[in-house]
Design a binder for this molecule. Sequence first.
Ligand code: BJW
Ligand code: ZN
Length: 247
Amino acid sequence: MFHGELLDLMCAANSIVALSGAGVSAESGIPTFRDAMTGLWARFNPEELATPQAFAKDPQLVSRWYDQRRCDVLKCKPNAGHIALARLEETCRQKGRPFTLITQNVDRLHRAAGLQNVVELHGNLFTWRCIDCGGEADESGPAFDDHPPRCECGGLRRPGVVWFGEALPREALLKAQRASGKCALFMSLGTSSVVYPAAALVDLALQYGANVLEINPEQTPLSRRAHWSLRGKCGEILPDLIPRAGS
Ligand code: BJW
Ligand code: ZN
């Protein structure tokens, strides 16, 4: 059962921003970022592998980890949470209300669920980029034979994700900041809210006077500042919440 006030707000909100994190894809079978070291990878720390320094030191190791994750994600499908968000986008479009889905996820599952307008803050696992000429390749096929894969120019290709210490894609960040700074409702979904600048988007929303809804089975640094902090899984709560909000 949901708080009536929250449902009223979702129905009336003139513009909505949803920021998603790894928890939204957890029910598709994709480990969250901070749980991503299972099996063979159990002895590595993701925060140490997701850096330009790690790639410079051991490009083969980092390439193998990302290729494994890329191949794992290719086997996964969007879950009920992704599908509910696609439905929310569609409802907002029909009502002529702005809806912006900002994701920190690199798995492209929001697109696979049919969302048309996805702002990818941390890139994705499928676009690999040459470190010499900058040329990009779309990699949606089977596991690589060579690690890291090589560009036609002979340079090494790296995954097109944003590592710690790297700047986020400028256009995506600006779009996310603009939308967050003028929304009526900001939804923080399945994210630990510890990685910046994504974790600061909610501050822009709060400064503007937006209401903030968080959905996460665990408490996060945002929980106490959110107007509603629902403890549970996105794949269970979102499908329940969104059809009602759309009516
Ligand atoms: C469920 C669930 C279910 C489970 N339903 N929920 C300010 C303060 C402090 C530090 C900094 C700062 N500004 C910058 C920094 C440094 C750094 C940073 O933030 N460090 C912090 C860790 C302290 N930030 C950066 O370095 C960024 N760059 C930058 O600032 O550059 C500056 C610059 C400017 C100009 C020129 C040059 C530089 C870049 C950050 C890039 C982050 N990249 C990663 C890796 C991507 C590739 C990969 O996947 O390997 O992005 S890190 C990782 O964290 C990944 C994620 O997108 C991101 C966020 O994680 P997320 O999504 O929240 O996942 P988890 O695993 O943490 O949490 C999952 C949550 O789901 C949990 O809460 C569960 O409870 C929950 N959950 N099941 C709902 N069913
Ligand atoms: Zn090249």
